[in-house]
Write a protein that binds this ligand. Sequence first.
Ligand code: ADP
Ligand code: GN1
Ligand code: MG
Length: 361
Amino acid sequence: MNLKHDVREVARHFQIYGEFLGAEPYGSGHINDTYRASYDQAGATTRYIFQRINHNIFKNPVGLMENVQRVTSHLAGKVVGETDASRRALTLIPTRGGLAWHVDAAGNHWRGYLFIEKAKTYDAVESAEQAFKAAKAFGRFQKLLADLPVPRLNDTIPDFHHTPKRFAALEKVIAADVANRAALAKPEIEFALRHQAICSVLLDAQLPERVTHNDTKFNNVMLDDATGEGICVIDLDTVMPGLVAYDFGDMVRTTTSPAKEDERDLSKVGLQFPMFEALARGYLSTAGEFLTPAERKLLPFGGKLITFTIGLRFLTDFLAGDVYFKVHRDGHNLDRCRTQFKLVESIEQQEAAMNKLIEKI
Ligand code: ADP
Ligand code: GN1
Ligand code: MG
């Protein structure tokens, strides 16, 4: 296979014993380049993940890797002694020079992880049980990081979930219309502009800052093949100080509608209440004990706001000519935006019931 990167050459720099057998692109993330590599270790085949950090998006890859090192070692300390401990937190592979990342000749930053075997990620949720288990794992993740020692983690992307700034970025690309696409997205632009009033609600609510994941989409938690348990939270690039409403919100965005993020048949997109209920119960089973009343109350709103915000970002990228998210077909970002806005509408219709349920649990 002709790969975009020479993974064999990258892999040489990591402390892995055995013979490199090969590597292939892996996963469906929108940002980094992920490869699964196989090794022959004394007759047994063992696998590893190598990832190239997208430095166009993460401008400070070293600061990012410092975060990842601190977070993974903190989590490893928490799960030590549990069965299957090495599958419950990501484990970085050190380089031959003893660092947690390798910089290649082209200036790319690479990291290696133990491959979490016998578990999978899913691009679309299949059952309420999965929603429960994923949310429980993300809640536990926040709980385990609540006592991460100072200093504050680096902001790997400043203002990542700052919706008013995301809104302003959209207004800017609408005005410039560099790719000549605004005419193709009229209803979506109108939808976005109509919703400006919700943008600053969470920022104005004076919620506590915590260590949060910030990218809790359903395919960023690995579910155990045998038990379905959310065994390991992955994709730690955006773990930084944030609000729990965004984390819960991104779970709502990606686990309450059974459709894929880029589904074209919008009749398949919508919040299914039993999924939301499972999600809320799963999350509160681990995070419930540390949330303040205000945080708890704003969880459903977080679902609406983050879905709207990610929709804004897809729309912005569509209008800018697809410069941020990886795309695999024409109009891909517009399709993604449409599913988000459809889901926002569906949440709006059910928001009162969602709020009531959170009060009840
Ligand atoms: P991105 O930032 O591009 O989304 P991720 O870190 O989420 O990258 O990785 C992409 C995919 O690779 C994940 O959805 C998951 O399926 C797989 N993956 C990542 N890390 C591991 C790991 N340590 N073990 C097994 N699979 C992994
Ligand atoms: C990106 O890396 P990935 O694919 O898990 C994005 C998230 C978006 C998500 C939408 C660093 O996540 O913010 O919510 O796509 N990550 C970054 O699917 O921008
Ligand atoms: Mg991911």
